[in-house]
Design a protein. Structure first.
Length: 257
């Protein structure tokens, strides 16, 4: 699998934490000889530390570029590719992972700001990132080539009370991903969706506005997945022979079945 990833340039959004961070490390471990990783998120200092950790672990066969990018800001996303150093622009794989959930509230009580930030990040951010890299993919080979890997959620399939906005954003990701895959049929541009169930990350800390005790309570009495569990599946999907599309995958811990 590592051989198939060799020479690739990979962009990961939301690489400063959780699933994104683990995915960066997993790509590096799987293909340590010739890889470029563009790690994006808002926390640039954290990204720099992660880049240093990856280099320490696998050596300099993996080149890592930390890049500050807020996917909820369309102007940052639209200028993203042109701001990359030239040798980093030939992107092969985009992992659209950046996302968040804000608050647990019944629909009438949801703050407008919380609605907007979830759609701007989880939906518009993901669409804008896709639009930013598609011209690169389409210009490659006949009909195009590249991987778009979107991180949805079980919440996009099974909405829950108190999470209407987050669930709606992930359902939107699902529709967008399915339609895009159909638009790109018969090209070598693979459109992949991976929908995690419960994974223990900073996700819940963000959901409860930094309240760690409430976040920890989410995982009490159950065994959630780890970010590495999802990272392994993302890298596995990207490492398949190019005619193989792992289009749609739901992954959850056994207690959540
Ligand atoms: P984390 O909170 O650990 O990581 C989220 C990442 O997204 C961080 O790196 C954060 O970086 C980044 N991010 C948030 N907002 C923005 C923004 N505006 N621009 C750029 N980056 C942003 O959560 P997870 O790793 O758990 O979540 C990753 C994905 O997995 C999300 O899409 C989430 O919806 C999905 N998911 C998670 C599940 C779970 O149980 N944890 C279950 C199902 C799906 P920074 O703050 O530095 O910008």
């Amino acid at each position: 699998m590592g051989k198939r990833l060799e020479g690739k340039t990979i962009v990961i959004t939301g690489a400063s934490s959780g699933i994104g961070r683990s995915t960066a490390a997993e790509f590096a471990r799987t293909s340590p000889n010739n890889l470029r990783l563009i790690l994006t998120a808002r926390r640039i200092d954290t990204l720099k530390q992660i880049a240093a950790d990856i280099t320490k672990e696998v050596g300099d066969g993996v080149k890592v570029l930390p890049f500050q990018l807020d996917v909820s800001k369309p102007e940052e996303v639209s200028s993203f590719v042109e701001k990359l150093p030239e040798e980093w622009r030939d992107i092969d794989i985009l992992v659209n992972n950046a996302g968040l959930v804000k608050g647990v509230a019944r629909a009438p009580d949801i703050a407008a700001e919380d609605i907007n930030v979830q759609f701007a990040t989880n939906v518009t951010g993901l669409i804008n990132m896709t639009q930013a890299v598609l011209p690169i993919f389409k210009s490659r080979d006949e009909g195009g080539k590249g991987d778009i890997i979107n991180i949805g959620s079980i919440a996009g399939r099974e909405p829950y009370a108190g999470g209407s906005i987050y669930c709606a954003t992930k359902a939107a990701v699902r529709s967008f991903t399915d339609a895009l895959r159909k638009e790109l049929i018969a090209t070598r541009i693979r459109v992949i969706e991976i929908d995690p169930g419960q994974v223990e990350t900073e996700f819940s800390v963000v959901r409860f506005y930094g309240d760690r005790s409430k976040a920890d309570a989410v995982y009490a009495g159950c065994e959630p997945l780890t970010p590495d569990d999802i990272a392994e599946i993302i890298v596995f999907a990207a490492g398949r022979r190019e005619n193989v599309v792992i289009a749609d995958t739901l992954v959850f811990p056994s207690h959540q079945a």
